[in-house]
Design a protein around this ligand. Structure first.
Ligand SMILES: NC(=O)c1ccc[n+]([C@@H]2O[C@H](COP(=O)([O-])OP(=O)(O)OC[C@H]3O[C@@H](n4cnc5c(N)ncnc54)[C@H](O)[C@@H]3O)[C@@H](O)[C@H]2O)c1
Length: 334
């Protein structure tokens, strides 16, 4: 029986990752999550996935789990817990470097001492604020001149993954990194500033769909089910101390086009309204650059193949939104 720890396992990506891990036979999964940004109600989620006996959990921080507990044995750790989202990171300004790096070292030290293998979920933001276009893993990491909160998030995640890679090269750590690009689909919360769940809630309520800026920003959205399968493949087949982009370049679209697709898919009467996000989130808010995944390495070395289109991703997100709203378990509204 393989023993697996998932940090942030009740988060947007983590909850789908846990579902997919449970499909494997002979696994015992332990989730730790402090529920700070979890988009789900735990009892509802557990019921949804069939209350599996081989899933246990603790609602604690990473720091608490690794410093206050006698930590049991795990063969593998998927590390996802972190501040996230263009708006979600703002409240962590000034603390992110310390918290993200400290949590990474707590996990790295455990993995080294106990022989566990680590999959660190990093971010495409590590390529930097000056970067637009397709980014293979060979893309230089650009540090822009202006210090922003988004830069702190990128630097914190880059610091953690750099330490992990060097620890693999020079010491006894076994670890692989995944760099997700924009992810969307079931159980994403609008709270972190994520666009698709906001559009779905607005379109469902026939309220104006709020497009930030002029709507021409380009994003390639990867369905969270494809992201979870890429993360598992990277744990199972990724090279030690190496990093893999996971993102679906086929799902490239402008934000205005996404708004129109949501309107059509949900047969909504909503008007589309252009707004300045700084008026909503404040002056510290910053949009990401138009970065797209070059995921050839994950396709060639891991055998990863994304399956889901933008329309399927919209429908997935909508179905789960309706399910949660119907059960009264929808946590975050726009
Ligand atoms: N969503 C995206 O588009 C995207 C893109 C690139 C990278 N990522 C990365 O993927 C990972 C997961 O992101 P997500 O979108 O699922 O976010 P999320 O906020 O839905 O999930 C993170 C989970 O971790 C928990 N958490 C946060 N800090 C914690 C702590 N200190 N201790 C314990 N639990 C804690 C939260 O409650 C939440 O349930 C993050 O590391 C993020 O940087 C996400």
């Amino acid at each position: 029986m393989k023993k697996i720890l998932v940090t942030g396992g009740f988060g947007f990506i983590g909850s789908t990752l846990v579902e997919q891990l449970l499909e494997k036979s002979e696994v015992a999964i332990h989730v730790i999550d402090n529920m700070s940004t979890s988009p789900l109600e735990v009892p509802d989620y557990l019921e949804q996935i069939g209350s599996p006996a081989n899933l246990t959990y603790e609602l604690v921080t990473i720091e608490h789990f690794f410093t206050q507990n006698v930590v049991p044995h795990f063969d593998e750790i998927y590390h996802l817990a972190a501040p996230v989202g263009p708006a979600g990171v703002l409240q962590h300004a000034g603390n992110m470097v310390r918290d993200v790096v400290r949590d990474a070292y707590l996990i790295v030290d455990y993995c080294r001492a106990r022989g566990a293998k680590l999959l660190d979920v990093s971010t495409s933001e590590i390529y930097g604020g000056g970067q637009s276009g397709y980014c293979p893993e060979t893309t230089p990491k650009i540090v822009p001149a202006v210090t922003t909160v988004r830069l702190e998030y990128a630097i914190a995640k880059l610091a953690a993954e750099t330490a992990i890679i060097n620890m693999c090269r020079t010491r006894d750590l076994k670890a692989t990194i995944v760099r997700p690009f924009n992810v969307s689909g079931q159980r994403q919360s609008p709270k972190g500033g994520f666009v698709l769940p906001r559009f779905i809630q607005q379109a469902t309520a026939n309220q104006p769909i709020t497009v930030f800026g002029d709507g021409r920003a380009l994003r390639a959205f990867t369905n969270v089910k494809d992201m979870a399968s890429g993360i598992i493949l990277a744990m199972d087949h990724g090279a030690n101390g190496d990093a893999y982009n996971v993102g679906n370049p086929a799902n490239k679209t402008t934000i205005l086009d996404l708004a129109l697709r949501v309107k059509v898919a949900l047969q909504s009467k909503s008007e589309i309204r252009f707004v300045d996000p700084k008026k909503i989130y404040g002056e510290l808010y910053e949009e990401a650059n138009d970065k797209f995944p070059d995921a050839e390495k994950a396709k060639e070395e891991l055998g990863w193949q994304p399956k889901y289109t933008i329309e399927e991703t919209i429908i997935d997100a909508y179905n789960e939104f309706r399910r949660q709203a119907g059960r009264g378990t929808l946590k975050d509204r726009v």
